[in-house]
Write a protein that binds this ligand. Structure first.
Ligand SMILES: Nc1ncnc2c1ncn2[C@@H]1O[C@H](COP(=O)(O)OP(=O)(O)OP(=O)(O)O)[C@@H](O)[C@H]1O
Ligand SMILES: [Mg+2]
Length: 460
């Protein structure tokens, strides 16, 4: 999140406040207004990335706000909020181009955050991503993929082999392993590199929206289709099309994608004439497509068409030799950004090397960035890392919680040791983390007979 601007429109002040606090915490730049008229003025005068509006308001209501936004800036996503679910208004809102229709009190926080995230993502796709952005392509060149481990070398060799061809590629890998980075680097190294690289996340959009984003639509094909719109496939002509999360596509979209791969043509929504498209297709998935084919949620013919050349990106935990390189890389980037050199302690590196990395490289990148932002010194210490990383090695190693009986005292001793270790035996810091005062900590150290050499002793 990089401070994207969100406008919240609701005549219920508490709702405005509630959403505003939640979204600000996510890093968004939020503005709230209490009526539709001010909302329309705001949208005209400032650049927003998403609008969330209540539907029922005195004077100008949410549907009018929606229509004004769509006339002023068709790509600006509008999330309609309502107190009570009604299918009729939901359909009306969506037909008029609303990004999403949400029942206020029923939506959970995570759901709301996801909807907003997706709305902004869609806008990004529609706006900046469709234009070829040299700067960005440069940033995603091959050299920016860090990795010297054997599994990554294999990926690099594959990229080199396939880049110059027009073959369809299927990139597979868990979340955060670097699928998009690899897709961009293939484009960058191909002879399509001076044309567009267009990407779309198939999982982020509802089916009808995805269809019109991909293939375009003709004027009048549905309410709200006030003019013809080119689909992203057309925009990507001559370049590379990156279909992210392809496993999330509905059967309807799958048929249409098959057509692109077989006939190299598209038909816009509501249109009749096929349009030839010249794109190189790269798809990515973190789903098990073979299983999806088996359970019939993914078409086998599409699967075979996509899986011409597979590239498998390894889990970060299976290439731990890359972890140190990646940490260096992210530290360097962050240091450049804040114009101050930051380093990391050996103990912290050891903890990072021990961790399982369910979120792969993205998780590592976020953790380094977070540590740098939150800490004041120049060296990242273990206590700058999240708990899940600080406490994992000890949980896994020295201390067996599955033992039949573990006393409270043993637990306490173990915890005190781990906090002392992490803080490099800085007792003031350790007592802060433990939530006790320094003299109580001294007493505990004496009572358990702890000293620095005993760090690794743990519980007998
Ligand atoms: N080998 C790498 N070297 C440097 N940065 C990397 C590497 N792999 C991933 N990253 C960074 O990690 C983040 C996640 O990468 P990317 O978006 O390509 O992953 P993804 O597999 O597409 O994830 P998701 O499935 O969640 O969409 C990005 O910021 C990317 O720059
Ligand atoms: Mg991705």
């Amino acid at each position: 999140m990089a401070g994207e601007r969100i406008l919240i429109v609701d005549d219920e002040k508490s709702m405005c406040q509630y959403l505003s606090i939640m979204l600000k915490k996510e890093g968004y730049n939020v503005k709230t207004v209490g009526n539709g008229k001010s909302a329309i003025e705001e949208v005209k005068k400032a650049n927003y990335d998403a609008v969330m509006t209540d539907i029922k308001m005195k004077g100008v209501d949410g549907l009018e706000v929606l229509s004004a936004v769509k006339t002023h800036e068709p790509n600006l996503p509008v999330i309609i909020m309502t107190a009570y679910a009604s299918q009729k208004t939901a359909i009306e809102a969506l037909n008029n181009g609303a990004f999403h229709y949400m029942v206020k009190r029923a939506a959970k926080n995570d759901e709301i955050k996801m909807i907003v995230h997706n709305a902004i993502e869609t806008r990004r796709v529609s706006n900046e991503n469709v234009f070829f952005n040299k700067q960005r392509e440069k940033k995603s060149s091959y050299k920016n993929i860090i990795g010297e481990s054997e599994p990554m070398q294999k990926v690099f060799r594959r990229i080199d082999k396939v880049a110059a061809t027009d073959s369809t590629i299927l990139i597979r890998g868990e979340s955060g392993t670097g699928k998009e980075l690899v897709a961009k680097s293939i484009h960058h190294k191909s002879n399509r590199s001076n044309k567009a690289f267009v990407s779309i996340n198939c999982g982020a959009l509802p089916e009808n929206l995805l269809e019109s984003e991909l293939f375009g639509h003709v004027k009048g094909s549905f309410t709200g289709a006030i003019r013809d719109k080119d689909g992203l496939f057309k925009v990507a002509c001559g370049g590379t099309f990156f279909l992210d999360e392809v496993g999330e596509t509905s059967p309807g979209i799958q048929v249409k994608l098959l057509r692109v791969l077989q006939e190299r043509e598209i038909i816009p929504v509501g249109g009749t004439n096929p349009i030839k498209v010249n794109v190189r297709l790269i798809a990515a998935t973190n789903a098990n497509l073979e299983e999806a084919v088996r359970t019939r949620s993914f078409r086998p013919d599409l699967y075979y068409r996509l899986n011409v050349i597979p590239i498998e990106i390894p889990l970060l935990k299976n290439r731990s030799s890359d972890i140190t390189l990646l940490v260096d890389h992210f530290l360097k980037m962050a240091s450049e950004k804040i114009k101050r050199k930051k380093t990391i302690s050996k103990e912290s590196i050891d903890l990072l090397l021990n961790y399982e990395w369910p979120g792969n490289v993205r998780e590592l990148e976020n953790i380094i960035e977070r540590a740098i932002v939150l800490q004041d010194g120049d060296t990242i210490m273990p206590y700058d890392l999240p708990d899940k990383i600080r406490f994992q090695s000890r949980r896994k190693g020295n201390f067996d919680l599955n033992r039949e009986k573990v006393t409270l005292e043993e637990l306490e001793k173990e915890y005190v040791i781990s906090v002392l270790e992490e803080t490099g035996w800085q007792k003031k810091k350790a007592s802060e983390i433990l939530g006790i005062n320094a003299s109580t900590l001294y007493r505990k150290i004496q009572r358990y007979g702890l000293n620095r050499n005993e760090e690794e002793v743990g519980v007998e």
